[in-house]
Design a protein around this ligand. Structure first.
Ligand code: PLP
Length: 400
């Protein structure tokens, strides 16, 4: 299996070779053993530097298969899996020391914002946010002590698209000591490859598109930098932020349909974004695949497709939002995203609840801003569900 194979082929075959098992299993087995036997001879051999597997926190064969498969998807040299997307973020931040400066884009997942502002700052890290769609703002904020630049693109929930190539060039000129980590969760490895643009770490909440079935919490880091891989692998073991063999098995299974799933997420997402944009009860649609999106041309250049993530603003006030949410049948009111089932959420009261009110207001994340994660159901059923709910919104407006 090589990088010359197309992504859909790599997603099915990379890291899976039966050659690695004496029983030649086609599907990687769940190796649940926490520990692996050593021989006395090995222990007393002066050249012995340890086996690949001795304790499952340090290394596990099922996890290794998945890490190899995930790395191959973004043509990365190295992949590491963690117990959650947040465990991934925390592990990355253990690369930092007291006094370091972290510059993050302003619109990020609420849990990342909570970790940065309520946990990371306690280690004496200097944290700052900026609007990464304005690179002059980034340039002004970079310092000699900037060690980590954290970017989410498209951002959550405002779908801002950041020019990764330009950001990396700016870093190279003004803060070459800084690592750039890109949260690539919204795009999946299929639709965006941050490492291609000079990003150091591509970070995923595997919980979302990569697994795709709402039954695993997991994170991953993909990188080409050997120095960072060695440090992060050390931290993965030292912190114990590892994923379980059973979860790795499930994600490995989910991966095999990633390209097929993403194709439907993309088609359904675009159809629904266009439908919403034409609807009188919707005042704004945020989806980087729409020509009306401020960074549409950049997204077309940078990404290989568009996912099923859409944010939009509903006409009216909190009353109309409640009517809309109560009227939906197929779109379930649940947090998280990227699964086969369609879902709706209200970022201000759900995924971004931990972000202070004033900050949410400043970012215009309010009760009119809804976020859809469009699944892979038949798109006509999804449109019918939205149509019915928007009719109810229209009826509920005070002017009617
Ligand atoms: C963009 C993004 N990054 C990271 C995370 C955190 O991932 P996890 O829930 O797997 O810890 C989330 C969770 O919703 C997310 O949406």
């Amino acid at each position: 299996m090589s990088s010359n194979h197309e992504l859909s082929t790599r997603a099915i075959h990379c890291g899976q070779s039966p050659d690695q098992w004496t029983h030649r299993a086609l599907i990687p087995p769940i190796v649940s053993s926490t520990t692996f036997e050593l021989s006395v001879e090995q222990l007393f051999d002066t050249k012995f530097i340890g086996n690949e597997y001795d304790y499952s926190r340090t290394g596990n064969p099922t996890r290794k298969c998945l890490e190899t498969a995930l790395a191959s998807l973004e043509l990365a040299k190295y992949g590491l899996c963690f117990s959650s997307g947040m465990a991934t973020t925390v592990t990355c931040c253990h690369l930092l020391s007291t006094g370091d400066h972290v510059l993050s884009c302003d619109d990020i997942y609420g849990g990342s914002h909570r970790y940065f502002t309520q946990c990371l700052y306690r280690s004496g890290i200097d944290l700052e946010f900026g609007d990464f769609t304005d690179l002059s703002d980034v340039a002004n904020k970079l310092r000699p002590t900037t060690r980590l630049i954290w970017v989410e693109t498209p951002s959550n929930p405002l779908m801002k698209v950041v020019d990764l190539k330009a950001l990396c060039e700016l870093r190279d000129r003004k803060a070459p000591q800084a690592i750039i980590a890109c949260d690539n969760t919204f795009m999946s490895p299929l639709f965006q490859r941050p490492l291609d643009f000079g990003v150091d770490l591509s970070v995923h909440s595997v919980t979302k598109y990569i697994n795709g079935h709402s039954d695993v919490i997991m994170g991953a880091i993909l990188t080409n930098r050997e120095d960072l891989y060695i440090k992060l692998k050390f931290l993965q073991n030292a912190l114990g932020t590892v994923s379980s063999p059973f979860d790795c098995y499930l994600v490995n299974r989910g991966l095999k349909t990633l390209t097929a799933r993403m194709a439907v997420h993309q088609t359904n997402g675009l159809e629904i974004a266009r439908y919403l944009e034409s609807h009188p009860m919707v005042t704004q649609v945020l989806h980087s695949g729409l020509p009306s999106h401020p960074q549409h041309e950049l997204a077309r250049k940078q990404c290989r497709g568009f996912s099923g993530m859409i944010s939009f603003r509903l006409k009216g006030d909190a009353q109309q939002t409640q009517v809309f949410l109560k009227s939906l049948k197929l779109f379930k009111l649940v947090v998280s995203l990227g699964s086969v089932e369609s879902r709706v959420e209200l970022p201000a009261r759900m995924s971004h609840l931990s972000v202070p009110r004033e900050r949410l207001q400043l970012m215009t994340i309010d009760d009119q801003l809804l976020r859809l994660s469009v699944g892979i159901e038949d798109f006509s059923d999804l449109i019918a569900d939205l149509e019915e709910a928007l009719k109810c919104v229209q009826k509920s407006l005070p002017t009617n």
